[in-house]
Write a protein that binds this ligand. Structure first.
Ligand code: 4NP
Length: 150
């Protein structure tokens, strides 16, 4: 059975689509299923933010086939790993956890590069393009680590 990985942010249009695209590019997708979701519902069905599409394209990734979906409690049953972008996403996801096994699946993605330091991926939505480059670089490093251990 495939290992299933879910990347979660707030809107599912900026950070988690980049994390999804990056991890997919680094793993054998016949063995590992990767997708993403947002804790909010505003952007369900939408493509990623144009600025995320642009930074991905600049780095050789095409994320235009992704569409926004909302995180739901049932995702705990489907996924083996749930990587959240920040502490607020973590709190919102954990509100829907029912068991210790659910809770144990949830990890801040930057724990991969800053273990135990509780570092958030900054939300670039209201900032400029440089925020997206910064987010891309952080997620690239974190996804490299994830790809090497799952
Ligand atoms: P994301 O960024 O969580 O990285 O996708 C956001 C996108 C949209 C909104 C908030 C954050 N929003 O409020 O619509």
């Amino acid at each position: 059975m495939k290992t299933k990985v879910l990347m979660v942010c707030l809107g599912n249009i900026c950070r988690s689509p980049l994390a999804e695209g990056l991890l997919k590019s680094k793993v054998d997708t016949s063995q590992i299923y990767v997708t993403s979701a947002g804790t909010g519902s505003w952007h369900v069905g939408e493509q990623p933010d144009p600025r995320s599409i642009a930074v991905a394209k600049k780095n050789g990734l095409d994320i235009t086939d992704q569409r926004g979906r909302q995180f739901k409690a049932g995702d705990f049953n489907e996924f083996d790993h749930i990587f959240v972008m920040d502490n607020s996403n973590k709190a919102n996801v954990l509100k829907l956890a029912k068991t210790d096994a659910d809770t144990e699946k949830v990890q801040l993605i930057l724990d991969e590069i800053f273990p135990g330091e509780n570092v958030d991926v900054p939300d670039p939505y209201y900032g400029g393009d440089s925020g997206f480059d910064n987010v891309y670089d952080m997620l690239n490093e974190a996804c490299e680590k994830i790809a090497n251990r799952i």
